[in-house]
Design a protein around this ligand. Structure first.
Ligand code: ATP
Length: 394
């Protein structure tokens, strides 16, 4: 995680960087089955549909996007809990897909997951001691009883719980404490990578910061690398060195956290950020909001071309409807070359050469998002980066 005193590179890893995780072209398509015995595949849910990303050792990568965009599925595919339909995942130089049986089990020890809801991920019939020992035993890390007991106490201290917690059961703890147990369980097998799937979204706001701070502290103490999946932009901003924004199974923007929040460039990211309320009522009144029309399309029937074109206020005829844009480095003055965006027209949108279409706040049919003067609309998106930054509420 980036701190003010220590800053890590904001861009994608370059040759020679110490990359712990490299994901290339990963797709996860779930078959939709029909028939009396569900024997016919009638289509697919394109949950993850071509994701490339790389995470350096010790880095925190935040993955953000609306519910259903495929964040969790991507996290699970990285750990091979969900076998990818296509693409590759290299962890510490090893192709995870090539691993089977014992080899896969040993590699899995190094990649652990922290879940959103600690109560449902912790067996209520097991004491904390038993929960923490389970993984250690499975990986042969609890053969020496005295050393294992010592390790359990160290783990509890590391996550800020008293040693007497060992004999207690999950229901005896608060939500924040239970998440600490979930984190201790992930740590118990000495992982290198932790995939944290919405690690604080089930917690009270007052407790969220404590758990986020704990994750940061543990990263420094144990040299961990994080992939943090979250829909909360503020959480992701706080914790991440770099951020990837997902929409309908693919990354639409990726940049260093500070760069992304200072100048969100993809129309979807701009809309997401403009939707976050600002505590200052004066700024809140004045700032521009980009309202998206239409619902999130179904990942079982994603739009052609740019997946976002059905909701995009800057949609241009034909190309956006037919050509899928690649995640590419943008050519905009003042924007670092490490900032990547999947939009054909990002430069023109940033310069104001293409203005946002006027759309009615009532327009729900995404095909209505056109430059139609008869649509007397209340919303216009910002037409330059300067304006967009005024919408940075975080
Ligand atoms: N096992 C599965 N079988 C079929 N479809 C699935 C399965 N798991 C997830 N999906 C679908 O894949 C899409 C992506 O789901 P995923 O949970 O990865 O999204 P998400 O961005 O993590 O959302 P959330 O924040 O709500 O968990 C959704 O449409 C979901 O319904």
């Amino acid at each position: 995680m980036a701190t003010e005193t220590e800053s890590r590179p904001a861009g994608s890893p370059a040759d020679g960087d110490d990359v712990l995780l490299r994901v290339e072209g990963v797709k996860v398509h779930f078959p939709i089955k029909r028939g009396v015995i569900f024997d016919k595949t009638v289509g697919y849910v394109y949950a993850v549909d071509g994701v490339d990303l790389a995470i350096r050792r010790g880095e925190t990568y935040g993955l953000v996007g609306e519910s259903g965009c495929g964040k969790s599925t991507l996290g699970r595919a990285i750990l091979k809990l969900e076998p990818p339909t296509a693409g590759s995942v290299h962890f510490d130089g090893v192709d995870v897909a090539s691993l089977q049986g014992e080899e896969l089990r040993r590699k899995r020890r190094e990649m652990q997951m922290v879940f959103q809801d600690p109560l449902s991920s912790l067996d209520p019939r097991q004491s904390v001691e038993s929960l923490l020992l389970e993984g250690m035993k499975a990986h042969g890390l609890a053969k020496d009883q005295a050393a294992a007991t010592r390790r359990l106490r160290e783990l509890l201290t590391a996550v800020g719980l008293p040693a007497k917690s060992l004999s207690k059961y999950p229901h005896e703890f608060s939500g924040g404490q239970r998440q600490r147990i979930g984190i201790a369980r992930a740590l118990s097998v000495d992982p290198k990578l932790i995939v944290a799937d919405e690690p604080v979204s089930a917690l009270d706001v007052s407790v969220q910061a404590q758990v986020i701070n704990l994750l940061e502290e543990l990263q420094d103490n144990f040299g961990l690398t994080y992939l943090v999946v979250a829909h909360d932009l503020a959480v992701v901003k706080h914790i991440s060195d770099r951020v990837g924004v997902m929409y309908l199974g693919a990354l639409v923007e990726e940049a260093g956290a500070d760069d992304l929040y200072a100048a969100p460039l993809h129309p979807y990211t701009r809309a997401l950020m403009s939707a976050v309320p600002v505590p200052d009522p004066v700024i809140e009144d004045r700032r521009e909001r980009i309202l998206l029309t239409g619902d999130l399309p179904s990942p079982a029937n994603p739009p052609s071309g740019c997946r976002f074109h059905t909701r995009c206020p800057w949609r241009q005829p034909t190309r956006c409807d037919t050509d899928r844009p690649e995640l590419r480095t943008v050519q905009i003055e003042g924007i670092p070359a490490t900032h990547r965006v999947a939009c054909h027209y990002v430069e023109d949108i940033a310069s104001g050469a293409i203005a946002a279409h006027r759309v009615s706040a009532k327009a729900v049919d995404p095909t209505l998002v056109q430059s139609d003067p008869s649509l007397d609309g209340s919303l216009i998106g910002p037409s330059s980066i300067g304006e967009a930054t005024s919408a940075d509420p975080l």
